[in-house]
Write a protein that binds this ligand. Structure first.
Ligand code: RFL
Ligand code: PHB
Length: 394
């Protein structure tokens, strides 16, 4: 089998790249190690920036998102028992975000791919990438006990943090920057109305909390928990009780509880790989970088990597120019480090850090209080949250 671009991973990065390449008349095959049901079962991101929604429109899959997604013009920050609204629209000259689950984005992209009859190999075992330092890369995998080889011009590593592509890059050519946080997020999804019509980010002495949502009848909540906590320790009852303790009396009084549909603990890390290109293999999305979810940036960064990669492939095939593929890594990394900085900073002011002593909490309160009373401070939060423009600093 042969294709132009072999895409490893059918998460949002791989599926979006596949769809955009299809629109541009470039062939691609997607190889995914899990089943479609497994991919759809992962509950992750909820907030999309305009850059991401524009790309989904460009890929021709934005219809359901515009019909069912919730446009949010602001969010609340709760600290020291008081809620403060960040008016995104006012502070950024009219920008907003879209609350639409990653599961739904993935489903829309899967449906479009299937409707267009484009090839995706699910349940592929032992996926390996070869010869990407030459002009003839290859991907091998096993499916139903048979071995297969896919020859291609390029390999797009869209296979997430634990994927095979980054792991196959020569160790001497790669630099990794990592910070692992001393806590995780315990997430709970439930068919209950959201506690508030917008998101609430909570700084509380007991730990961070986040009230998010997927629709008018489905809520997503998170609690900062020690890394040593196990999911079995957290009954639904215990989760709701702890969440109430971290909310202000008004929100705690309004909170509607119910059985969880999904509950999981995710570790938090900041991670960047440099470079993102190894010959004819490129990393995009979580394969190349991870941000802590506090800034809601992971999926949005994945979408911009994909846009830059798609532009580079189009330039290569339509204009016979390698400028785009040569510049891919540097172009992406600039945006990635900006989002890394914001996500790290927002995480650091909103979570409790036990090892840093009581002074840390006091300094956080002072910083949050300053931010809420400074137009510049509020703008800093807002312009980063909605996503910096693609040409920022250019
Ligand atoms: P994914 O989604 O991990 O998909 C990678 C795919 O590759 C497959 N794979 C392989 N396939 C073949 N061969 C192999 N050897 C393979 N190894 C892996 C995997 O099975 C998988 O299907 O990466 P992708 O596509 O780059 O997408 C990235 C996003 O999933 C991620 O950045 C976001 O979910 C991060 N994130 C958020 N991002 C936002 O923009 N806004 C948010 O509100 C937001 N909230 C979150 C989040 C991530 C969270 N967790 C779980 C860390 C909230 C949470 C709790
Ligand atoms: C979510 O709804 O899953 C979500 C929202 C905002 C974040 C992180 C996760 O910052």
């Amino acid at each position: 089998m042969r294709t132009q671009v072999a895409i490893i991973g059918a998460g949002p990065s791989g599926l979006l790249l596949g769809q955009l390449l299809h629109k541009a008349g470039i062939d691609a095959v997607i190889i995914e190690r899990q089943s479609p049901e497994y991919v759809l079962g992962r509950i992750r991101a909820g907030v999309l920036e305009q850059v991401a929604t524009d790309l989904l429109d460009e890929a021709g899959v934005g219809q359901r998102m515009h019909a069912e997604g919730l446009v949010h013009t602001g969010f609340d920050m709760l600290f020291n028992g008081e809620r403060h609204r960040i008016d995104l629209e006012k502070l950024t000259g009219g920008k907003k975000v879209m609350v639409y689950g990653q599961t739904e984005v993935t489903r829309d992209l899967m449906d479009a791919r299937q409707a267009a009859g484009l090839p995706t190999v699910y349940d592929a075992a032992n996926v390996q990438v070869y010869d990407f330092e030459t002009l003839s890369p290859r991907v091998t995998y096993e499916k139903d006990g048979q071995s297969h080889t896919l020859a291609c011009d390029f390999i797009a590593g869209c296979d997430g943090f634990h994927g095979v592509c980054r792991a196959s890059a020569p160790r001497s050519a790669i630099k990794e920057f990592e910070k692992v946080y001393p806590f995780g997020w315990l997430g709970l999804l439930s068919d209950t109305p959201p506690v508030h019509h917008e998101l609430i980010y909570v700084n509380h002495p007991r730990g961070f909390a986040l009230c998010s949502q997927r629709s008018a009848t489905r809520s997503r909540y998170y609690l900062q928990v020690p890394l040593t906590d196990k999911i079995e320790q957290w009954s639904d009852e215990a989760f709701w009780q702890e969440l109430k303790l971290r909310l202000d009396p008004e929100a705690a009084g309004k909170l509607e509880t119910g059985p969880s549909i999904e509950k999981s603990i995710a570790p938090l890390r900041s991670f960047v790989t440099e470079p993102l290109r190894f010959g004819r293999m490129f990393l995009a999305g979580d394969a190349g970088h991870i941000v802590p979810p506090t800034g809601a940036k992971g999926l949005n960064l994945a979408a911009t990597d994909v846009k830059y990669l798609m532009d580079a492939f189009v330039e290569f095939y339509q204009e016979q120019s390698e400028a785009g593929i040569d510049g891919y890594s540097e172009r992406c990394l600039k945006r990635i480090w900006r989002a890394e900085r914001f996500s790290w900073w927002f995480t650091s002011i909103m979570h409790t850090f036990d090892s840093e002593g009581a002074i840390n909490g006091k300094l956080q309160q002072a910083e949050l209080d300053y931010l809420m009373h400074s137009e510049a401070g509020l703008k800093t939060i807002a312009e980063n949250y909605v996503g910096l423009p693609l040409d920022f600093g250019a």
